[in-house]
Design a binder for this molecule. Structure first.
Ligand code: AHR
Length: 535
């Protein structure tokens, strides 16, 4: 038993603690919602927000393809010709405009003949864990998948370890309508009609895993591929022409600005025999290399730091757009951010080569911030592919055998569907500042656009994890009557959806009616909101 004096001092300590808590509670300021005035000028429409900004990327990497998309037709997991039905249904709902395939680094070691016909070559995947690549998912399976989800093919050809002839043959195999040997082979393999290849990637990161080339060497090689790798599909002429995307920068340092200069300068002087429609750019939100930030189980420090870092996308686009403007003032060549997203430490216990990470509310906010940046540069940025679609990096979907869960990022893509092929509308607001430790970033972000049916849509991100935002929506010259849509938030910055608890981060309805001529939306802290506005 404790002596009486000790007992008395313990009671005293408990009493003092309670008094302190009561005083703190009384003294603590109630976090008033931050007031934000949002002015939209719908009479000044801007560039088209190309639906291809919402593109996806699926590489032969970890469980991105195998288990994520492909389970094989004899699987007990419901499938159509080997492709998971649950995944197809989920992807249809976000209206994926294009899927970039087969890589990534994988693309520059991929030989298309390994993945056609009844006998598939079994190889290794040296980039991603050195595992067996069975090639059961090849050209026909990819095209079937694209068709099932209602998307378009963005095929990256092997410019690193392959030859121009190999790539030219692949395109002829896929797209020829006339009775060539390759066309007949495709028909014999089950697809008499030519496939459409909407986008063609001329290599991947040729400055690194794609062959460690100098810009000059890449340019020489790229011109050869651009000339000889032809699309023969008779439906792909004029407006429907295949877009050829050259390898572009992977950062903002001089090495990358030199790369953009070299390719764009050559483009300015290009002749009839080669052409490009886009320059790719890769930019991940990593902060530290190798990736060390946790994808779940983190706090406000990591939240603020990652979101601050992701906003660098804006400067990066400005930097490379300025170089492109010098050589292509008419903006014929698109900047295509065909790899982007949060890249964190692999989940403990996972194969580090499989790039497995969770996807939290922070990623939803990261996605919204980046999409808004792309939309603000829509005159130059006409394509973007988040990395990667399933089970890899900042994924839309996670699977584990028969289980599937949709991530917070997935829901952002779903909420943004109305912005696909919309017309950008300028929006002005004072973003204020959210500060945490050494990090200060805009407290709110917003964008607006008119969808194809003429409706006005507004997105508002409240970055502040503690303070709500009270947003007054003003549309110039118009009495706004109401707004309704969806908002996405969760209890914590690192809230995630799991197979056991799939609905921790899901959108819920939000609406507001004008009162006294004002339309006010109450937004929760750390939230992404998309509403349509009724006038
Ligand atoms: O997305 C993972 C890898 O990141 C890709 O294969 C490569 O292009 C990039 O470095």
């Amino acid at each position: 038993m404790a002596p009486a004096t000790a007992h008395r001092s313990e009671s005293m300590r408990a009493f003092l603690a309670i008094v302190t808590l009561v005083v703190m509670a009384v003294a603590a300021p109630t976090m008033a919602a931050q007031k934000v005035e949002l002015s939209i000028d719908a009479s000044k429409p801007g560039a088209k927000v190309d639906r291809n900004l919402f593109g996806q990327f699926a590489e032969h990497l970890g469980h991105g393809i195998y288990d994520g998309i492909w389970v094989g037709s004899d699987s007990t997991i419901p499938n159509t010709r080997g492709i998971r039905n649950d995944v197809v249904a989920a992807l249809k709902a976000i209206q994926v405009p294009n899927v970039r395939w087969p890589g990534g680094c994988f693309a520059d070691e991929y030989h298309w003949r390994d993945g056609i016909g009844p006998q598939r070559a079994v190889r290794l995947n040296p980039n991603w864990g050195g595992v067996i690549e069975p090639n059961t998912f090849g050209t026909h399976e990819f095209m079937d998948f694209i068709d099932q989800i209602g998307s378009a093919a963005y095929v990256s050809v092997n410019l690193g370890s392959g030859s121009p002839k190999e790539a030219a043959d692949w395109l002829e195999y896929m797209t020829a309508a006339q009775a060539t040997t390759l066309e007949k082979e495709r028909a014999a393999n089950g697809h008499p009609a030519p496939y459409k290849v909407a986008w063609l990637g001329l290599g991947n990161e040729s400055w690194d895993c794609g062959g460690n080339m100098t810009p000059e060497y890449y340019l020489d090689r790229m011109k050869i591929f651009s000339h000889f790798v032809r699309n023969y599909n008779p439906a792909q002429t004029e407006q429907n022409q295949m877009l050829k995307i050259a390898v572009g920068p992977g950062g903002g340092e001089q090495r990358w600005t030199d790369w953009t200069e070299t390719v764009m300068k050559a483009y300015q002087q290009h002749t009839w025999s080669w052409d490009i429609s886009g320059l790719s750019m890769h930019s991940y939100t990593v902060v530290k290399w190798p990736p060390a930030f946790k994808s779940v189980g983190f706090g406000e420090d990591e939240y603020a730091q990652i979101l601050k870092a992701t906003l660098e996308m804006d400067d990066l686009i400005k930097k490379h757009s300025a170089i492109m403007d010098k050589y292509d003032p008419q903006k014929k060549v698109a900047l295509v951010v065909d790899e982007w997203g949060g890249w964190y430490a692999p989940l403990p216990g996972s194969n580090p080569g499989f790039l497995v990470q969770q996807n939290s509310l922070r990623d939803a906010i990261l996605a919204a911030l980046n999409i808004n940046i792309f939309a603000r540069h829509a005159d130059r940025v006409r394509g973007a592919n988040i990395a990667q679609m399933i089970n890899v990096l900042q994924a839309m979907i996670l699977t584990d055998h028969e289980k599937m869960v949709l991530t917070p990022t997935y829901y952002v893509y779903k909420m943004y569907v109305p912005f696909q092929d919309s017309t950008f509308v300028p929006v002005t607001f004072d973003a204020g500042s959210y500060k945490h430790g050494d990090f200060a970033l805009p407290r709110v972000d917003a964008m607006a656009a008119k969808s194809k049916d003429g409706k006005l849509w507004v997105e508002i991100t409240n970055v502040d994890p503690k303070q709500a935002a009270e947003v007054e929506l003003n549309v110039s010259g118009i009495n706004v009557k109401s707004a309704s849509g969806e908002t996405l938030t969760a209890p914590k910055v690192d809230s995630v959806n799991t197979f056991e608890a799939p609905n921790s981060v899901v959108p819920k309805p939000i609406s507001a009616k004008a009162q006294g001529g004002k339309l006010i939306l109450q937004l929760e802290p750390k939230s992404v909101t998309v509403v349509s506005v009724e006038q």
